[in-house]
Design a protein. Structure first.
Length: 319
């Protein structure tokens, strides 16, 4: 990721509330019913795209799907980018119009996460909260790091293995603050509201009690998953301690406010995400609809074979 010019910004609470109110009635709540996905290209190749669709039209995964943050129920909408136990490193592309889910590319090749023994690929359903943004110009006073310029990441810890592009309702439980390549990268711990265990998990302490070893394994996985590529261990803010539910809700609210400022055009420095959308008429990036001839120039092709080395186990003795 290109490093951006860093400017420490502190937004007065009243100003943030005013800006948020200009968008909140049309942008952060709404139905997710009828949202599907449309794939083009061959999966596991650079030309693969998965676009969000509603009423037969392309919408943005990043901007048009509502966050739907319910502070009373402690719930929000999550977009699944990577199903549990899979290796393909898929993510919402914040630079492309329509913000499709694509496979990350490095040096011209699609990326796969290594199997960090005893795990297979990603250890949770992994994805993001729409309509949130970790502002790379905002220095968090609590951790002294800037945001990573992406939507907030979510780990769904339930029993169902979801599909790429699924939009699911999750209960927010806690979070951990990863420092990745010198940037703040929050990982939210959540569970599908339809999971059998959801009613028993109401805060991060419940996860320790009901799912012994899960949070410790999650922290270790995020710390070590780059080691097989010859990179150093990742670090964490707050000594690697998890934040509780209320603290995590504050993080999500802050990142939703940062996204709202992005859409209003009040953030103007650095390499910013593509803000094209079809739902927020008051935003600078509003379009009545996307030009689907440009976004969908070809159809779905058969999946490409996954390289054999993706199935190899990787071991590390670093504690």
């Amino acid at each position: 990721m290109n490093k951006l010019a860093r400017i420490s910004v502190r937004v007065p609470l009243m100003a943030t509330m005013v800006k948020a109110n200009r968008l909140s009635s049309i942008s952060t709540f709404g139905s997710t019913a009828g949202i599907t996905s449309k794939e083009i290209g061959s999966k596991y190749t650079p030309n693969y795209r998965s676009y969000a669709m509603k009423d037969g039209k392309v919408i943005s995964y990043f901007h048009d799907i509502p966050l739907g943050l319910d502070l009373a129920a402690k719930e929000a909408n999550m977009i699944v980018e990577i199903p549990r136990w899979s290796n393909g490193k898929f993510e919402i592309d914040t630079s492309l119009q329509g913000n499709p889910i694509v496979q990350d590319i490095k040096k011209g090749k699609v990326r796969f996460v290594k199997n960090l023994f005893p795990y297979k690929g990603y250890i949770h359903n992994y994805g993001a909260f729409p309509q949130t943004w970790e502002d790379p110009s905002y220095k968090d006073a609590d951790v002294d790091y800037y945001g990573d310029n992406d939507p907030v990441d979510v780990c769904e810890i339930g029993t169902t293995v979801f599909k790429l592009g699924d939009v699911i309702r999750v209960k927010i439980l806690g979070s951990i603050a990863l420092i990745d390549d010198g940037e703040l990268d929050w990982k939210i711990i959540a569970i599908s509201v339809n999971d059998p265990l959801a009613k028993e998990l109401n805060d991060i302490d419940d996860v320790y009690a009901k799912c012994p070893g899960l949070l410790e394994s999650t922290r270790k996985w995020f710390r070590d998953y780059k080691l097989p590529d010859g990179k150093p261990k990742n670090k964490f803010a707050f000594n690697g301690n998890y934040k509780n539910q209320l603290q995590t809700l504050d993080v999500i609210k802050k990142c939703s406010n940062h996204w709202q400022n992005l859409m209003l055009g009040t953030v103007t420095h650095g390499k910013l995400p593509n803000t094209a959308n079809t739902t927020m008429k008051s935003s600078k990036g509003y379009f009545e609809s996307f030009n689907e001839k440009d976004l969908l120039p070809y159809g779905k092709a058969p999946d490409a074979p996954i390289p054999n080395e993706v199935d190899l186990n990787c071991y590390t003795t670093k504690l």
